[in-house]
Structure formats: structure tokens, C-alpha cells
Design a protein around this ligand. Structure first.
Ligand SMILES: C[C@H]1O[C@@H](n2cnc3c(N)ncnc32)[C@H](O)[C@@H]1O
Ligand SMILES: Cc1ncc(COP(=O)(O)O)c(N)n1
Ligand code: SF4
Ligand SMILES: [Zn+2]
Length: 553
């Protein structure tokens, strides 16, 4: 285990422990121009190994941040410094339009095992984004788009009620370690700027924020006191700090607010409710909408990606796919095209609470209205009735919406609707969403997705217990569950576990069947049938039983 330190204020220096995920270590994929992409390699007991394509890898043997703070240059520092603007812009979108493959694009291509030209092309047409602020050189670029692996985001940040800087940095490290592709700092409590500074300088993954939260804090929590000027100063401050993408609720228009009046749960988006309150109090159009061009200009200077917020998303099954939600989506479509014309990258945030039969319509409409900009959805929860299990209710919706084309899934933790998640909740949320994202990758037929399932299944069938654990999303928990009943070392190669015991282990019986067939040269159907009867007697003599298949005449 290593402990990470930074050169920031020593009075609040958090000590964060990271360490390898069981049975794996860090290796590098080598690309052109000295490009190196960290990967997590699992060494198997049969002498093989598997490089996991789906994990960034920094928190395996060591963290990327150790590199940063051990005096090595941050990954992207020279990439950013060497580059000239194109058409006055420094965004990945501008470079892609100019036909340039940036280092970030090459890095993403290597990481995903695809051609760099595919990455450039998808960025150019806006179907993928690479959120990489020029001022966040520490981060390892990731590509978000439906042609690529489904990504997951982990939310964190303090609230006025609880949490400290140490706890929030700890959550960031924990989220990245278990496989979050991006994180969002949604702090609304004390020391927002300082908390974010700690997260930014230590995070190896892109960081998103919702700037209206900090703007509201600056006016003491009174939404009516907000103004474009306060907001603009806040985003410039966050751009300078290196925030890679920002949620902007510019689609909550004054005339849409009444559409929520008859909803069961009204406006559940924090940003959405703040903007609705401002619009009504001033009876003016949303200042994010009216100042949108200037907003684009600012984000363009840093290459910050828009995450156009779904301020009117449904917060209950009853409110799903209603007029308020889709009216806002149409406006987000307009804003997408305006930002793209100015070379600013765009993602679109999506719901929320949606029953399964209403999920696909959300994706198709988003694609149509927003020119296939990457969809970034919060779950959605497929039912409202299981508080304390909303990581599950939402993973059901998340797997389906990802299969239908959502590019990034925002996790939901077991604490949703109940309180601020802690570090354990962060891990549960991340693992749950890795399951949803990977299930979608499999169903979408991503060429590398099945490799891992096959490797784990093979290990399982061959009773290589340690390999089964090490190939899993959460080796620690898998191992501890197994060891709860069979902790002794020999059990790690035993041909059974405590579920069925030695005589009823179906995989063990299958192996016996195969072995017997091989030994008796039972290669034809007739021979197998003859052999089965014989084997049955042999097994019976050992006090075991096999059921012979009934073969129709
Ligand atoms: C949009 C989503 O963001 C989540 N959310 C809002 N604030 C925080 C926080 N500080 N930590 C974790 N999740 C948060 C809520 O769960 C909401 O559903
Ligand atoms: C996928 C997604 N949707 C929304 C938000 C913002 O939260 P809010 O809209 O409640 O301010 C978010 N951070 N991520
Ligand atoms: S999670 Fe809690 S604080 Fe947030 S909207 Fe729901 S009830 Fe209100
Ligand atoms: Zn909810």
C-alpha cells in the first residue's frame, strides 16, 4: 500500500491509501510517439494473463497521482503545451474538424483497441467527446460515445450537512480504483473551491461539476440573488482549476416551468429547481440560455465539455417521458448544435426515473434532437419502490439504456433519496454500474468485452478459484464470500464450493463425464449412450448418482 501526498496546504493534507486490486498489476500498452496507456494485467495460475481493457489502471500497483507528485510531469502537460490553436480554438472538436489526430485521440484509441481515425471521426461529428480541460494535465483521456466502451461516472462531494475534504478525496480515489471513468464533484457545503482543488490535483480521471451549485453558495443559497455575472465568474474559476466537463441547465426555459405543475414529484434536478426559481422570481428567461454564446466562448478557451443538464428530468415513474421533459430536450438539441458550431464539445444528460417500456424512446429522441451527442444518463431507476436499493433499481434501467445507445452512465448509490453516500456506498455504486456498463458492452458486441467473461468462466470451470476472484469486478468480496465457509488453502483448488458440496457439484460431474468419455473413446452418440449406462453403475458404486438422458426413439 502506498500513501499519497501533495504539495498543497499541509494543514489539510489528506492521507489516501491506494493499493493493487488483488492479483493484478500495472502494465503499459505502447503506442506511437512514446504513448503509454496503463492497463491492469491479471496473471493467471495456468500461466496465461489477461489485460483488462475496461479499467484505466492508475490505482493498481501505484496511482497516476504518485507519478504527478513524485516530480514527474503530468501526462498531458507537454501535449497541451506543444499544440497550436486551429481557427482560434484549442478543443478536441476543432482539431478533429481540421483532420488532426491529437495525442488525446491516439491515447483513447490505444486504450480502447480501435483505430485513431475512428476516434477523430466520432469526435468530429459530435457523436463522441473527450473531456479534457487544458488545465487538467493530470487526467488520462477517455472517450465517451456510443461506438466505444460504455463509461460510468461516480458522483461525490460534500453537503451542508456532512463530510470533509479528506473524505471526499478518499471517495475520489476509491471510485477511480474500482473503475469509475469520470467523477463529479457535486459539493454544496463548505470550502467548495478547496475541496475541488484537492480532487482535481489528485484525480487521474476527468472531473465534472455543476457550477450553479457553487454560484448559489456565493449568494448565500438564495436563488433569486443569482446573476449571470456571479455565474460567469464561477465558471472561469472552475475552468482555471481544470474541470473537464460542466453540467449547465440552460434548457430550463421560463415557459417550461408550468409544465411541471401537475407532476407527482415536480422538479427533482437541483440545478433545474434553482433555475426555475430564478426565472419565476424575475419573470425573465434563464440567464444560461440568454448568455449561451458567451458561455460557449469561455468553455471553448479551455476545452471544457458541456454536459447539458436535464433540469426537468422525471423524478418518479409517474412523471417519465412527459411534456416538460421532452420540451427541455428539444431546447437541449438547439443548444447542442449551437455549441458544436463554435467547436465546443457536448454531452446530454438524461433521466432519472423511467419504467422499462419507456426507456428506448428517450434514447431515440435524444439522438434525433441532439444529433447523437453522447447521452449521459442518471440510471434511470426502473421503479420507485426500493429506497436503499436504488443502485439496483437504477442499474436495471442503466443496462437497458446503455444497450440502446447511452454513452455514459451516472451511478446511483444505495443512499439515493436517503442521504449523502460514504466511501462504501461509492464502491457499491461503482461496481454495480460496472456490471450494467459491461453487460451493455457484451450485448452491443464490443469485440473485447466477451474476452473477460470467457476467461472468468474458464477459470470457474477449471476450479481455479483465485483466478476466478482476480478476474472479477470485486475480487476482495468474491474471495471473502468463498472463504466464509471454506477458508482453508486447499479449498482454492477444490472441485466444489459450499453451495453444492463435493458430490453434487455439477461442474465436477461434467468433468467426470468428459474424462470418462475420453478414456473410453466415446466419440459417437451410440458410444456415449452405451458408455453412460456403464458409467452410471460405476458412479453408483461410489455412492454418486447421474441421471441418464432419455433419448427418444
Ligand atoms: C444528480 C444526482 O447527483 C447525486 N448527488 C448530488 N449531490 C451529490 C453528492 N454530494 N454526492 C453524491 N451524489 C450526489 C444525487 O444522487 C442525484 O441523483
Ligand atoms: C447524469 C446527471 N444528471 C444530472 C446531474 C446534475 O444534477 P442536478 O440536475 O440534480 O443538478 C448530474 N450530475 N448527472
Ligand atoms: S435527495 Fe434529499 S435533499 Fe435531495 S431532493 Fe431528495 S429529499 Fe431533497
Ligand atoms: Zn430520484
Amino acid at each position: 500500500m502506498t500513501s499519497q501526498k501533495t504539495a498543497l496546504d499541509s494543514h489539510v493534507r489528506p492521507t489516501v491509501t491506494t493499493g493493487p486490486i488483488s492479483g493484478s498489476h500495472k502494465v503499459y500498452l505502447e503506442g506511437p510517439d512514446g504513448l503509454r496507456v496503463p492497463q491492469r494485467r491479471v496473471e493467471l495460475s495456468n500461466g496465461e494473463h489477461l489485460d483488462l481493457y475496461d479499467t484505466s489502471g492508475p490505482y493498481t500497483d501505484e496511482s497516476a497521482t504518485i507519478d504527478v507528485h513524485s516530480g514527474l510531469e503530468p501526462l498531458r502537460a507537454s501535449w497541451v503545451a506543444e499544440r497550436e490553436p486551429v481557427n482560434g480554438a484549442v478543443t478536441q472538436l476543432a482539431y478533429a474538424k481540421a483532420g488532426i489526430i491529437t495525442k488525446e485521440m491516439a491515447f483513447c484509441a490505444l486504450r480502447e483497441g480501435v483505430d485513431a481515425e475512428l476516434v477523430r471521426r466520432e469526435v468530429e461529428i459530435g457523436r463522441a467527446v473527450i473531456p479534457v480541460n487544458r488545465c487538467h494535465p493530470e487526467s488520462e483521456p477517455a472517450i465517451i460515445g456510443k461506438k466505444f466502451l460504455v463509461k460510468i461516472n461516480a458522483n461525490m462531494g460534500n453537503s451542508a450537512v456532512t463530510s470533509s475534504i479528506e473524505e471526499e478525496v478518499d471517495k475520489m480515489v476509491w471510485a477511480a480504483r474500482w473503475g469509475a471513468d469520470t467523477i463529479m464533484d457535486l459539493s454544496t457545503g463548505k470550502r467548495i473551491h478547496e475541496t475541488r482543488e484537492w480532487i482535481m490535483r489528485n484525480s487521474p480521471v476527468p472531473v465534472g461539476t455543476v457550477p450553479i451549485y457553487q454560484a448559489l453558495e456565493k449568494v448565500n443559497g438564495d436563488p433569486t440573488k443569482l446573476s449571470w455575472e456571479v455565474y460567469r465568474d464561477t465558471i472561469v474559476e472552475q475552468c482555471e482549476q481544470g474541470v473537464d466537463y460542466m453540467t449547465v441547465h440552460a434548457g430550463v426555459l421560463l415557459r417550461y416551468v408550468p409544465l411541471t405543475a401537475k407532476r407527482v414529484t415536480g422538479i427533482v434536478s437541483r440545478g433545474g429547481s434553482i433555475m426555475a426559481a430564478w426565472c419565476l422570481a424575475h419573470h425573465q428567461e434563464n440567464f444560461l440560455y440568454t448568455n449561451y454564446d458567451e458561455l460557449c466562448e469561455i468553455l471553448r478557451r479551455y476545452d471544457v465539455t458541456f454536459s447539458l443538464g436535464d433540469g426537468l428530468r422525471p423524478g418518479s415513474i409517474a412523471d417519465a417521458n412527459d411534456e416538460a421533459q421532452f420540451a427541455e430536450l428539444r431546447t437541449l438539441g438547439e443548444l447542442t448544435h449551437r455549441a458544436r458550431a463554435l467547436d465546443v464539445q457536448v454531452m446530454i444528460e438524461g433521466p432519472g426515473h423511467v419504467p422499462m417500456h419507456k426507456i428506448v424512446e428517450n434514447v431515440r429522441l435524444e439522438e434525433e434532437l441532439c444529433g447523437e451527442a453522447p447521452f449521459y444518463t442518471l440510471g434511470p431507476l426502473a421503479t420507485d419502490i426500493a429506497p436503499a436499493y436504488d443502485h439496483i433499481t437504477s442499474a436495471i434501467g442503466a443496462a437497458q439504456i446503455a444497450w440502446a445507445g447511452t454513452a455514459m452512465l451516472c451511478y446511483v448509490t444505495p443512499k439515493e433519496h436517503l442521504g449523502l453516500p460514504n466511501r462504501d456506498d461509492v464502491k457499491t455504486g461503482v461496481i454495480t454500474y460496472k456490471i450494467a456498463a459491461h453487460s451493455a458492452d457484451l450485448a452491443k458486441g464490443h469485440p473485447k468485452a466477451q474476452e473477460r467473461d470467457d476467461a472468468l468462466s474458464q477459470a470457474r470451470f477449471e476450479f481455479r478459484w483465485n483466478d476466478q476472484f482476480n478476474l472479477s469486478l470485486d475480487p476482495d468480496t468474491a474471495r471473502s464470500f468463498h472463504d466464509e465457509t471454506l477458508p482453508a488453502e486447499p479449498a482454492k483448488t477444490a472441485h466444489f464450493c459450499s453451495m453444492c458440496g463435493p458430490k453434487f457439484c455439477s461442474m465436477k460431474i461434467t468433468q467426470d463425464v468428459r474424462k470418462y468419455a475420453e478414456e473410453h473413446n466415446l466419440t459417437s452418440v451410440e458410444a456415449i449412450e452405451a458408455g453412460m449406462a456403464e458409467m452410471s453403475e460405476e458412479f453408483a458404486a461410489q455412492g454418486r448418482q447421474v441421471y441418464l438422458p432419455v433419448v427418444e426413439a
